[in-house]
Design a protein. Structure first.
Length: 261
């Protein structure tokens, strides 16, 4: 097996399992542990995984965000609920922004019944879903494509956003600590901030598993959002803390939305 094929196969395994040991990978591919270490070093340098003691992981950490394909599998049903509720906030004729996040990106699945709309996005998955839908005008933000995030970032993306104005922006974040949102990647933070500046109102969609976590870069205080949507599974202690901070938190269950003030 060619090294590039083996490294892709390693990533495929990690997408399914989240982590794997060097010993296991060496056995699977019938190569030495040193060869596996070299593969993992190259994949880590590309930002696709992080090496841990005895192996590798694509699970998030304060300095590392997972590949979008792995994130799409986590809390999938909860994210669907959040996206569906977010779409109910949109009115025909509006201009909306959707970021690169796997949670916010799900809003695209519920827009066909709200046409006409204009959707501004740097999310390639959203672009592909909506590009051929009649009644939805898609403004795709250029920039440097990130395979890991399946989106576009950088100076070009931010300059495009500065020239645009929207009614609402739907954003995700990888970590919520206290009443603040954080993210591991500097360019992602800069793009999300510009999206918020370009929209009259911003809504944060974040599954309950993101609370109580932190990441390298501060994104914004949660009070910058018109509302924060999360699942009813959120731990009571986190909910109480946000209530005391005056954050407009909406817990989305299978049937209803409950607001915490």
């Amino acid at each position: 097996m060619k090294p590039e094929d083996r490294r892709q196969a390693i990533m495929d395994i990690l997408m399914e399992t989240g982590s794997a040991s060097v010993e296991d990978l060496a056995g699977r591919f019938a190569v030495s542990k040193m060869t596996v270490h070299r593969d993992l070093d190259d994949l880590e340098q590309a930002g696709l995984l992080r090496k841990v003691h005895g192996g590798a992981s694509i699970q998030s950490s304060p300095q590392f965000e997972s590949d979008f394909r792995y994130r799409e599998k986590i809390a999938a049903e909860e994210k669907r609920r959040l996206a569906q509720h977010a779409a109910s906030l949109i009115e025909p004729g509006q201009i909306i922004i959707i970021d690169d996040g796997s949670t916010a990106g799900g809003v695209a699945d519920y827009l066909k019944e709200i046409r006409p709309l204009t959707v501004i996005t740097n999310n390639l998955g959203v672009i592909n879903k909506l590009a051929t839908v009649a009644g939805i005008d898609v403004i795709s933000l250029g920039g440097q494509y990130s395979k890991k995030f399946n989106g576009f970032f950088g100076i070009t993306t931010e300059e495009a956003l500065r020239s645009l104005r929207a009614d609402m922006a739907f954003l995700s974040s990888s970590a919520i600590h206290g009443a603040s949102a954080f993210h591991q990647d500097q360019e992602v933070v800069q793009t999300k901030r510009q999206m918020m500046q370009s929209a009259a109102r911003s809504v944060l969609l974040v599954d309950h598993g993101k609370f109580g976590k932190s990441a390298l870069h501060f994104l914004t205080g949660l009070d910058a959002f018109g509302m924060v949507l999360t699942g009813a599974e959120i731990e009571p202690s986190f909910e109480q803390g946000l209530k005391e901070a005056g954050i407009k938190l909406h817990k989305i269950s299978g049937k209803t939305a409950e607001e915490t003030r």
